[in-house]
Design a protein around this ligand. Structure first.
Ligand code: SF4
Ligand code: SF4
Length: 204
């Protein structure tokens, strides 16, 4: 793994750009229709296996815009070392959206977990939970290539927060509470150093 950033937490480097990158305060699929899900997502092989093990329940929660044939839900597996198993499996796109996105813009995997009183992210792939964060070459950073396609959260007039502030719960999920506290401390240190550097440049 190549060292690109200074800070590492739980084995993952931290791209400090997540602290300052403008973003919406919160996701709202009633406004964006879940458009980040229009292109599908890469899951870990283990995650796609968990999804397939719940296929009958998932089908029961799908609507008429979704394909109810599980064998058409995933692409062929491929090698990818950013995934825990070393194998990535993409979700297929059907009707112009991920096979698991319903016509109201909700992820069926999350909707099903909530309706069945289970942990809301029990079936949801990690990369879906994290977006616009992404783990790329061993670092937590953000997916600017995919983000540029968004018509709501990527518009400056809607960006009244930062990616970090919008994704605190997701970062807690990824790093655990102690890892998240370490991240908070690093954020304070990083922003303070940046401020001091700016002050020194202005004074020079
Ligand atoms: S990341 Fe953007 S497109 Fe995706 S749910 Fe949030 S606001 Fe909507
Ligand atoms: S699995 Fe769910 S959250 Fe992930 S891209 Fe598909 S619809 Fe969106």
């Amino acid at each position: 793994m190549q060292k690109k950033f200074e800070k590492q937490i739980n084995g993952l480097y931290i791209d400090p750009a997540i602290f300052t990158q403008p973003f919406v305060k919160a996701c709202d699929v009633c406004i964006c229709s879940g458009e980040c899900c229009y292109y599908g997502v890469y899951t870990d092989k283990g995650e796609s296996d968990i999804i397939m093990s719940a296929k009958d329940k998932i089908i029961a929660h799908m609507d008429d815009s979704q394909i109810k044939e599980p064998e058409k839900w995933f692409e062929a597996p491929e090698v990818d070392t950013d995934f825990p198993s070393g194998i990535a499996v993409g979700t297929e796109v059907y009707n112009g959206k991920c096979v698991f996105l319903d016509k109201q813009g909700f992820c069926t995997l999350q909707k099903m977990a909530v309706l069945e009183n289970e942990y809301k992210w029990k079936y949801k792939p990690l990369y879906c939970i994290l977006f616009p964060l992404v783990i790329f070459e061993g670092a937590i950073t953000f997916d600017d290539e995919h983000l540029v396609r968004m018509h709501y959260c990527n518009k400056s007039e809607n960006q009244n927060s930062t990616i970090f502030d919008c994704t605190k719960n997701e970062l807690r999920h990824l790093l655990g509470e102690s890892g998240f506290q370490e991240l908070l401390n690093y954020k304070t240190e990083f922003l303070s150093n940046s401020h001091n550097e700016e002050t020194n440049i202005e004074a020079a």
